[in-house]
Design a protein around this ligand. Structure first.
Ligand code: FE
Length: 336
């Protein structure tokens, strides 16, 4: 199939080469908030298989979106790639992304992991769940829901990342979508009163605090646990899927969309569709210990060893739509 694509492309090049537009579709430019080591192996394989070169710029999501806005029609970027649906939603809201009508992507990517208006698509999945000390947390007291972490039995035992993190903002936004603002605020107040210490600036520090005995349980993205295990397979921590008795565990994505002013929309479409293919989906997992967005692809071995979970099916556009409300709610609840 890949040979077919390649020869098709070559044939097209031969046919239209003489009257090609200024920017040929033999390359594609990506603005990515994903770090180089997580994307380059994928782009290299894509180039090998299609002949389309990938140029990319990496930075944080905020600066890349600001750049797309200020460049407007003159942007060289064809694809915007970032983590968290909250960020992708912002990009779409600021009219930075174009609709992409791709049957392939709609078939491959589950509906809750992509924009209902087809401006962005999830390509990998991470679950935001608890990592805990099996020495200090009994199996029968593990939280069945995010709300359970507000219970006073966790008093002085909980570690969290700050509310500045888009990961927490998206989690709270989807909780608002499911349970309403009042119940969610009560939950967050309970979390805050259970904190063992000030919120951390990143998920890894929160897990390290559990390992060090500063707290017993932390709320983190699954791949950070994988990275920690890769560094130290003996770390005295375990992972547990929250929400399995209720709405499912909160999942988020890394994903991408075609920019509003893409000069090579066809090459951009090919890249996005390739990233939803079997090989790329498997590679994603291996590179960052995440889950493939496609449900028919097996995760990396260590990730697979954590077992399967039921994911919350709330469409991730809610994470963007309710983001501002989530930020204000966390502020009211004293979550810093
Ligand atoms: Fe992260």
């Amino acid at each position: 199939m890949h040979r077919f694509l390649l020869s098709g492309l070559l044939a097209a090049g031969l046919t239209v080469g003489g009257v090609a537009p200024v920017l040929a579709d033999d390359e594609v430019v990506v603005y990515s908030s994903r770090q180089e080591h997580l994307i380059k192996p994928l782009f290299d394989r894509f180039t090998e298989q299609t002949g389309i070169r990938v140029r990319y710029v990496t930075d944080n999501a905020g600066p890349l979106m600001a750049r797309l806005r200020s460049e407007g029609r003159n942007t060289p970027a064809d694809v915007f790639m970032t983590v968290d649906a909250g960020n992708l939603w912002q990009a779409a809201e600021h009219n930075l992304l174009a609709e992409l009508d791709s049957e392939l992507l709609q078939d491959a990517i589950p509906a809750h992991l992509r924009d209902p208006d087809n401006r962005w698509f999830g390509l990998s999945v991470r679950a935001r769940t608890v990592v805990y000390s099996p020495e200090r947390v009994d199996a029968d007291e593990l939280p069945g829901s995010y709300e359970d972490l507000a219970d006073e039995r966790w008093h002085g035992r909980l570690c969290l990342r700050t509310s500045q993190s888009v990961y927490n903002q998206s989690l709270i936004a989807t909780m608002i979508a499911r349970n309403g603002a009042d119940d969610t605020e009560e939950t967050v107040r309970g979390w805050v009163s259970n904190l063992a210490t000030q919120p951390f600036s990143n998920d890894t520090s929160a897990m390290e605090a559990v390992a060090a005995g500063q707290c017993d349980i932390a709320l983190v993205n699954s791949y950070y646990f994988g990275r920690l295990l890769n560094q130290n397979p003996d770390v005295p921590l375990d992972i547990h899927w929250v929400g399995q008795d209720g709405d499912g565990v909160h999942v988020n994505i890394s994903g991408a969309g075609i920019t509003r002013h893409a000069k090579r929309p066809e090459a951009a479409r090919q890249l996005l569709e390739w990233l939803a293919g079997e090989e790329a989906q498997s590679l994603f997992g291996a590179l960052n210990m995440e889950y493939p967005a496609r449900e028919d692809i097996t995760p990396e071995e260590r990730v697979a060893s954590w077992g399967t979970f039921r994911a919350d099916q709330t469409n991730l556009s809610e994470a963007g739509r309710l983001q501002t409300q989530a930020v204000m709610l966390m502020d009211r609840a004293g979550f810093r």
